[in-house]
Design a protein around this ligand. Sequence first.
Ligand code: 13P
Ligand code: SF4
Length: 329
Amino acid sequence: MDEQTSMANKLKAIDPSIDLVAEINRLRKEKNAVILAHYYQHPAIQDIADFVGDSLDLSRKAAATDADVIAFCGVKFMAEVAKILSPTKTVILPDMEAGCSLEDSCPADEFAEFRAKHPDHLSLTYINCSAAVKAHSDIIVTSSNAEAIIEQIPHDQPIIFAPDKYLGGYIARKTGRDMLLWDGSCIVHERFSERELIKLKAQNPDAPVVAHPECPKHILDHADHVGSTSSILSYVTTNPATDFIIATEPHIIHQMEKDAPGKNFIGAPGADGNCNCNMCPFMELNTMEKLYLCLRDLKPEITMDEDLRLKALAPLKKMLEMSPVKAKV
Ligand code: 13P
Ligand code: SF4
């Protein structure tokens, strides 16, 4: 039986009368597990997590935890980072199918070939990629530290940036660096409609627009603030405005409503003005039921060949060393 069929059977077999929150809390204690969640997770998962954060925060937490088990509620590349940084821990992911379109857009063999064609280039690689691509990279970056890391690299050093052409383009414009960009994108952030955003801005003239740098330039050009999920969150919390237009995955609005009660957050629309296309279909695969099952069975588990792990660890360590606030590995 394949893993997905076995998961479907296990889901069907869950007693509908059980209290999932109580069971997850019981299992977390029993297994000495920490639950880490990204801001794009379902609100119930964000609420039960020990820690909610962006990719950089979550990797730091994974590196520092003394729990035996890391239940990673995010997508697979994030759980892989947890395993690379904390190899002795059992790292579980509620649904192993939770991938990422950026990871998919950069197959490791094609990336290795591309690198071989540009041997003088340093590879700065966005954390949204497979462990195999990390293993072919020099330094990993996230949306919250990419700019600060690039500023530490000599200006005459040619750079490859993969796999997100939009984040790469944004950083290149901000730092004035001419980088060679891999042609990858996020299917969620590239769906926002500029036309609909302009309409929404006209209806809400006092609402600042915040956007994730995975959005294309034509969306970022309308933003008052561009930043990682945690940067966007801190902007809306501290900015005196009461209404905000949010151009990133809308599950983050749950955390915004918790951190800035009384403010109003309007999700930026897709092309038809009212679509669900800006929900991340990969993040959505994780549910409370699957979190319960993975804590109960300690499966699906992230496993990794040690040679690959060590190769992927080197550029991740560089990232943590070069990030503005250092973390221990
Ligand atoms: P952050 O690092 O800003 O949380 O972004 C992760 C991500 O996958 C955005 O789509
Ligand atoms: Fe990947 Fe985009 Fe989903 Fe982030 S929102 S996990 S980049 S597909």
